[in-house]
Design a protein around this ligand. Structure first.
Ligand code: GUN
Ligand code: FE
Length: 446
């Protein structure tokens, strides 16, 4: 049982903050109650049966519970390239930095070294769930899944599929081999975590410019599974730049809209994550809504590569699911806090360019995108994203009282101000505890 300040999103517009509430988690990690009427942890233990002898934590006056953050788009193999390579556009960056480093993961020992460090760092930074892109190597992808399981991070993981247009050898030998290897990664994840308690498999065509029609068709069939079975997650890039859209049309002639190409291969469903979605047509937006596919908005990355500005307000108004991603290493931010700030700033630049204040994302909205929005995009909003009863306890204990990076002087009694201080000024130094499935997995108090 935790007792103290609790912050979470109920909806896009409603950030619920209790100055004092009790939150109870059972031994399987499920949230049993969130109760703002009780006056202490002890009172909550008395009120709820089964909690009579519960372990109790009373939060300090400048601490609060915040939902675990969800990174809906992150490239694991690009981790060593963080903050490097911002001088070019998307194509120059892919060819100059990304293809060479991804290719280097044919060395599985390198994957072990890099992913061991990366998973721990992302957990310390509060990313309790991450949708990872990997490299075109099933062995390295399996290592990534093993690391997430080892350190207790919730993750969506697949092998990246590339069979044309890539450089530096970052290309698979044939569509058949690419498909076989993707399936090896899916099977490995099903073996190590059969109930998807932490790790879920994912099908990953890099995007329309790097995957030929035969491979797209095979991956689409794979994602849709056997009749009657659940779809497998999909993660891909879409409409990142105008150049990317033109190139997609050379690989997949006959499609007017990017979404129609993906839809043709069966890629658009409720477990689909589409990164960027900047240069969408009206038809694209319509199809994303119809198919319930989600968008990973990576404002930091989109700014670094000068891709453009994702029209998040328009997507939300249309009913598209939107979450946030770091898109390491096109983006330089380790933390989803950085993605929240970028989403806020990108929306403000849209206000400036379009002279339309309604395009601004407000504070409640960026918190929602980082937590509940991400859960929706990952098709996990029945399990995670906020502290509703019955969900799994993926949570952070935040302490805005440490003074290294946050100055809260004068705002100690203002709950909302404390949360804003955390979102705009905080970093891992403020994260005392990180829980996934109710289990302590990282944080300063580990
Ligand atoms: N398009 C194709 N590959 C990539 C990638 O790794 N990152 C981003 N941001 N865009 C891509
Ligand atoms: Fe990306």
């Amino acid at each position: 049982v935790f007792f103290g300040r609790v912050v979470h999103s109920k909806s896009l517009k409603h950030l619920e903050i209790f100055n004092k509430a009790a939150l109870g988690v059972d031994e399987t990690g499920i949230i049993c109650f969130l109760d703002s009427t009780v006056k202490s942890a002890a009172a909550a233990c008395k009120k709820y049966s089964g909690f009579e002898n519960a372990q109790c934590t009373t939060l300090k006056s400048l601490e609060f519970l915040f939902p675990g953050m969800i990174d809906t788009h992150m490239h694991a193999p690009q981790w060593p390239n963080m903050a490097i390579g911002m001088e070019g556009n998307l194509q120059e960056w892919v060819e100059g930095y990304t293809d060479p480093i991804e290719h280097s993961y044919k060395d599985t020992d390198k994957a072990r070294r890099v992913y061991d460090d990366m998973v721990q760092k992302l957990l310390e930074n509060g990313s309790t769930t991450v949708a990872y892109n990997s490299s075109p190597h099933w062995e390295a992808t399996n290592v990534l899944a093993d690391m997430c399981l080892k350190y207790g991070q919730r993750a969506i993981i697949g092998k990246l599929c590339i069979d044309c247009n890539a450089t530096h050898g970052n290309i698979e030998k044939s569509p058949e081999i690419s498909l076989e290897d993707e399936w090896k990664a899916v099977e490995h994840i099903r073996k190590i975590d059969p109930d998807e308690k932490l790790i879920s498999p994912c099908i990953q065509p890099r995007n329309g410019s790097f995957v030929t029609p035969p491979l797209m068709a095979g991956l689409g069939r794979m994602s849709n599974g056997e009749p009657g079975s659940k779809n497998i997650h999909i993660q891909a890039h879409m409409c990142e730049t105008l150049f990317d859209i033109r190139k997609m049309k050379t690989v997949h002639p006959g499609f007017e809209n990017y979404s129609e190409m993906y839809d043709h291969y069966g890629f658009l469903h409720e477990k689909t994550i589409l990164a960027h979605c900047i240069h969408l047509s009206d038809r694209d937006i319509e199809l994303l809504v119809e198919r319930k596919a989600g968008v990973a908005h990576n404002g930091n990355s989109n700014t670094c590569l000068t891709d453009g500005e994702c029209r998040v307000r328009e997507l939300l108004n249309a009913g598209v699911k939107v979450g946030l991603g770091t898109d390491c290493s096109a983006g330089y931010g380790v933390s989803i806090l950085e993605s929240m700030r970028a989403a806020s700033n990108v929306s403000r630049h849209l206000v400036i360019h379009k002279d339309d204040p309604s395009l601004k994302l407000n504070f409640e909205e960026i918190v929602f995108l980082a937590t509940m929005g991400g859960a929706q995009v990952c098709a996990m909003d029945d399990k995670i994203g906020n502290f509703e009863q019955g969900k799994l306890f993926d949570a952070l204990v935040i302490d805005v009282g440490q003074k290294d990076n946050i100055n809260i002087s004068g705002w100690e009694e203002d709950d909302l101000a404390l949360v804003k201080k955390w979102v705009f000024m905080g970093d891992d130094r403020s994260i005392r505890k990180v829980f996934v499935n109710g289990k302590l997995v990282a944080g300063k108090d580990m």
